[in-house]
Design a protein around this ligand. Structure first.
Ligand code: TRP
Length: 334
């Protein structure tokens, strides 16, 4: 693994830690230069999830408006036993594990049955550290290997070390951050890391009413706005940017036809922002937007279609009572 820059064994930490290179330093500069230099300004959404951003995201999950976390949790609570029975002995790999607070429900059921291996993948080292410390403490028979890195590099690193059949978790509607074409491409690449007998559990929020969806991405207390602006905070701190946070406003309109909430930062006036590390300035017209993220909603049928195009077969779908969220179990296709 060329890009492995550090492996620390379990003896020192209570778990094993693998650190891969990811979007800091030069890569961050490139992403900002390309994204803000484009005619239609955009910034890649994984920039949200630095250590601070990951903490703010946990706050979002606790807001009364952000229902997907709670809906997914009810499904996991209900189905944890069944999944643990079905996948006993599987290694559990999680893409974008974050706080792993919902995963803990599943891990409890697995560890109850016997020793379990868990490989959380995330780009926030703090989130990995906190969750691994908590889970190690709670489950003495859980072996953890954290991988700090972006999905695909980390998945490749985890594949090289696989010890048996794997259950890959892709929860939290993270797949919705890809549009349909990108989601299929991503699933194909993910498929390439799996073998027959492995499984993929994907959690995704369904399409819904604007009245429910828009507040979920624009809560009254302003946590989501703070999360979105954290990208600008990062640029200011890490690249010597001069973004005035009060001169941008968070917006999250739902496009019903596309089934997508799009996240923007809207310039409140004409302004020029300097980014010292790039030796560049960027001008914004009043009302001009930076597109920071999409959150597509996929109903179970849509997800099944994406999965089929991505090389997976749908085994079954579990939904919460209000049908706001679905947890789909997929197997790699032949
Ligand atoms: N995967 C989450 C989702 O699409 C990410 C998310 C939730 C998010 N709230 C957000 C991203 C607000 C940006 C802004 O639901």
């Amino acid at each position: 693994m060329d890009d492995t820059i550090g492996i620390e064994p379990s003896t020192d930490l209570g778990w094993e830690r693998i650190t891969l290179e990811h979007d800091d330093g030069p890569d961050l500069a490139d992403a900002v230069s390309t994204g803000l230099g484009a005619a239609s300004k955009t910034l890649p959404c994984h920039l949200f999830y630095d250590d601070e951003g990951s903490l703010i995201f946990e706050e979002i999950c606790a807001t009364p408006e952000y229902y997907p976390t709670r809906a997914e949790r009810t499904i996991l609570e209900r189905d944890a036993e069944k999944l643990a029975e079905e996948f006993a002995g599987y290694e559990i790999v999680e893409l974008g594990s974050g706080s792993a607070e919902k995963t803990e429900l599943l891990l409890a059921a697995f560890c109850e049955r016997g020793p379990t291996c868990y490989v959380p993948i995330d780009i926030s080292s703090d989130a990995l550290e906190r969750s691994a410390a908590r889970l190690t403490e709670r489950f003495p028979n859980l072996s953890i290997t954290t991988i700090e890195g972006e999905y695909e590099a980390a998945l490749a690193a985890s594949s090289a070390r696989r010890s048996g059949p794997r259950l890959v978790l892709f929860l939290g509607s993270n797949i919705g951050n890809f549009g349909p074409t990108e989601a299929v491409k991503f699933l194909k690449r993910l498929r390439a890391h799996l073998v027959p007998g492995d499984a993929l559990l994907v959690g995704v929020a369904a399409r819904g009413d604007r009245e429910r969806l828009e507040p979920a991405y624009n809560d009254a207390a302003g946590v989501t706005a703070r999360f979105n602006k954290n990208i600008l905070v990062r640029i200011n701190r890490e690249l010597g940017g001069t973004f005035d946070l009060d001169a941008f406003e968070h917006a999250a309109p739902y496009d019903e036809e596309a089934g997508r909430v799009a996240m923007y930062l809207v310039s409140q006036r004409a302004q020029t922002v300097r980014v010292e590390a790039l030796k560049r300035s960027f001008t914004f017209a009043a009302g001009e937007r930076i597109h920071t993220e999409d959150s597509y909603k996929y109903g179970p049928d849509e997800l099944a279609q994406l999965a089929a195009r991505g090389g997976f077969e749908l085994v079954r779908v579990a939904r919460d009572a209000d049908e706001l969220f679905a947890l789909s179990l997929l197997r790699p296709g032949a």
